[in-house]
Design a binder for this molecule. Structure first.
Ligand SMILES: O=C(O)CCC(=O)C(=O)O
Length: 335
């Protein structure tokens, strides 16, 4: 049996049962016109109004499109190019990097969970990129020129943007600017997920990615340059996330929702696929050191705003355990 979606898409005249999304009625609804806020990262240290706009974006949407973030357009193109080259490798070559059944790192498609057997119409390459000593290099493509150099450089640039945003979020709440970063510990972790969504003739019947929130602190997404697909849930409605040239789409994950005692929202999002065009994206998940306890920042707990979340060691296993039960990890931490 073919397992990779890319292989199935190339040679299949009927949608395999395991991809059929049963909640098609919810799926079919039109998405709304979009108002996802655009934030100029270069203004966050100098402009109060931009800081206020950031706060408003993250308290209402949980996400925003970041422009002027300091990464050159030509470098973003290089990142897109190595992603494309990876998924263009032969099936045989890519299989050298296959993830194992209970591992999340490596190349492959969805993990299959007992409560939820519908597979997403996507293949991924999932890698720990930081700290560098935790990189599992046997999952990193060996025969792609510059793959590691580009990913390492991109990860360092993303780490800097993540710090700027986390400091700005803290200042926007009149908190000491390192209060979120202090919870990162000494060896903050970053995972990269290269997502490949092949064109799908049955695009109305599959998920590119099922609705979920991220277990990260922050996620920084490099969208495909031409093909849309991401949608965000807000006030019970799905909004499409348009492509803004050279922007990074940034969303808060469950861990910042917890650290901010629920002020910042980790949004539910999903991906729809396209019947004609492939789509390639790269999500960078920034999070604290794996074994570090996180919890609401003390200053945010007051008589009027009591503590909403317990302290928790937010491991990937903890996220997946809850995901398997169909629960958001941040919900599982609620008091
Ligand atoms: O591909 C996208 O647009 C979103 C990816 C995403 O949500 C994820 O990798 O968790």
């Amino acid at each position: 049996m073919k397992n990779q979606v890319q292989e199935i898409a190339a040679d299949c005249d009927q949608l395999p049962e395991r991809f059929i999304c049963k909640d098609a009625e919810e799926y079919a609804g039109e998405s709304c016109p979009t108002e996802i806020p655009v934030i100029d990262v270069s203004l966050l240290t100098s402009s109060h109004s931009e800081l206020d706009r950031l706060k408003s974006a993250v308290t209402t949407w949980g996400c925003f499109q970041a422009i002027n973030h300091g990464i050159e357009s030509s470098f973003l193109d290089k990142v897109r190019e190595i992603s494309r080259l990876f998924f263009n490798l032969s099936a045989e070559e890519k299989k050298k990097y296959l993830r194992e059944e209970h591992d999340i790192e490596g190349y492959g498609n969805d993990m299959v969970f007992p409560h939820c057997k519908t597979l997403d119409w996507t293949d991924r390459l999932h890698l720990t990129v930081l700290p560098q000593h935790q990189q599992r290099l046997h999952f990193w493509p060996q025969n792609l020129t510059n793959f590691k150099e580009v990913v390492d450089e991109y990860s360092s640039k993303i780490e800097l943007i993540n710090e700027v945003i986390l400091k700005a979020l803290a200042r926007s709440l009149n908190l000491e600017e390192n209060c979120f970063l202090d919870q990162y510990g000494t060896t903050a972790k970053m995972m990269a997920r290269f997502n490949y969504y092949p064109p799908c003739p049955w695009s109305d019947n599959v998920w590119g990615l099922k609705p979920h929130s991220d277990g990260s602190a922050m996620t920084l997404l490099l969208q495909d340059k031409e093909v849309e697909g991401l949608q965000i849930l807000k006030d019970g409605q799905w909004f499409r996330v348009p492509i803004v040239p050279d922007a990074l789409t940034i969303n808060v994950g469950d861990q910042i929702e917890i650290m901010s005692n629920g002020i910042f929202k980790s949004p539910i999002h999903r991906v729809l696929v396209n019947s004609k065009n492939q789509r390639i994206t790269l999500a960078m998940f920034c999070m604290p050191q794996t074994e570090k306890d996180i919890g609401p920042v003390d200053e945010l707990i007051t008589d009027d705003t009591p503590r909403l979340y317990k302290n928790v060691t937010f491991s990937i296993e903890f996220y997946l355990e809850n995901y398997q039960l169909g629960k958001r990890a941040s919900e599982a931490c609620k008091i």
